[in-house]
Design a binder for this molecule. Structure first.
Ligand code: ATP
Ligand code: MG
Length: 360
């Protein structure tokens, strides 16, 4: 051991300085260094990362490998392995919800693809390995059950708590599970507040990394309700590149800012249509407007999704999950999930939270 050219103290220092993507704090300090073994010029490091950071595991592994490889004097051969580090969520907002990030997906305008993007974010994060819930806050026009092809009823426990519907590892709650879609329900403001509160407070969501909330168009009332109930990590605004949609997106951004919900990013949906017949790109609603608007508003741009007939067909058939299996669609959705998680991680790294002292 002692005649190994690898400096153990330097390895320790590097592992201490390397940030856990979930907390922004050093891996060693967060007890996420599982094993370090040095054998002559070979350095093997095993680190633990949480399911919350699942979309960033491979990138983190590569980045740590490069850091160790380049910063250690001499010619160390570095191998980094990642295993899961258990870190359950803490209760937030005093309503018994245990979740690490709550993300609302909204827009000022109807029909721009909020529900498609919300469902895709939930599916993408879950596919990467995170624990995800998806709550449909569109009480008037719930579309999550339809987009995901789920037709079940949530059950109630003896304590009158709702069990979310589980589909492919996603936990779901929607008004669509509770009322007949053909039935006209007349909602008054306070009832809306009550339903959203029940969905958040009286549902057994369990331990979640992410709760994605699909917002109704307009979003004023619901945003206010949400902001009063729990601290949201932030909102994602979906819009199309068309001028009127962008105007509504500007309003949505202003509205989220008014209720102190941070803006996590803008997604441009229906960016352009690639004609399958001739490969030509048709900019039906214009193009690139949302990216420019995001810059102007100082909100991150998370990515774009073109108009694809298959996306609409899958939505209608309840097969939104299929967007991730199709190489024509998957990269767009993957990129948006990745940008979202990466941006949250970068802001944590810039401003790591204070450690919580359990003795207090
Ligand atoms: N990129 C896309 N390409 C093709 N069709 C799409 C795309 N995005 C969404 N759609 C389709 O557009 C329709 C509206 O989408 P979605 O329900 O997600 O919008 P919304 O903003 O949630 O609507 P609402 O305001 O009614 O809640 C759906 O039929 C969906 O399948
Ligand atoms: Mg919708």
């Amino acid at each position: 051991m002692s005649d190994s050219p690898i400096d153990t103290a330097a390895v320790e220092r590097l592992l201490n300085d390397f940030a856990d993507p979930e907390t922004g704090r050093g891996l060693k300090q967060m007890d996420q260094v599982v094993d370090v073994s040095i054998n002559d010029e070979q350095l093997d490091v095993t680190i633990g990362l949480t399911s919350y950071s699942a979309p960033l595991w491979e990138e983190t592994r590569q980045s740590l490998t490069e850091q160790l490889q380049s910063k250690l004097p001499g010619k160390a051969q570095v191998r980094v392995q990642v295993v899961e580090h258990e870190r359950p969520a803490q209760p937030i907002g005093g309503i018994g919800l245990t979740v690490k990030s709550v993300i609302a997906v909204g827009s000022g305008k109807g029909g721009v693809g909020k529900s498609t993007i919300a469902a895709s974010l939930a599916l993408g994060l879950k596919r990467a390995g995170a624990k995800v819930g998806l709550m449909d806050a569109d009480v008037y026009g719930p579309s999550i059950p339809h987009l995901l092809g789920v037709d079940e009823k949530p059950t109630a426990t003896a304590e009158k708590r709702l069990q979310p519907v589980e589909s492919d590892g996603l936990k779901l709650m929607s008004m669509g599970f509770l009322v007949d879609p053909k039935e006209a329900v007349i909602w008054r403001g306070p009832m809306l507040h009550g339903v959203i509160t029940q969905f958040l407070r009286d549902t057994d969501w369990g331990d979640l990394d992410y709760l994605i909330i699909d917002m109704p168009p307009g979003t004023g009332d619901i945003s206010l309700t949400l902001s009063q109930l729990l601290p949201l990590t932030g909102a994602v605004v979906v819009c199309t590149p068309q001028d009127v949609a962008l105007l509504d997106a500007v309003k949505a951004v202003a509205m989220f800012r008014k209720v102190n919900i941070p803006l996590l990013g803008i997604v441009e949906n229906m960016s352009y249509f690639l004609c399958p017949d001739n490969g030509k790109r048709y900019e039906i609603f214009g193009s690139g407007g949302a990216r420019r608007k995001a810059e102007e508003l100082e909100v991150p741009f998370l990515g774009e999704v073109p108009i694809q007939i298959a996306i609409r067909e899958r939505g209608d058939a309840g097969e939104t999950a299929g967007n991730f299996a199709d190489q024509e669609s998957a990269p767009y959705f993957d990129r948006i999930c990745y940008s979202l998680v990466k941006n949250i991680a970068s802001s944590k790294a810039a401003d790591p939270p204070m450690p919580s002292l359990s003795v207090l």
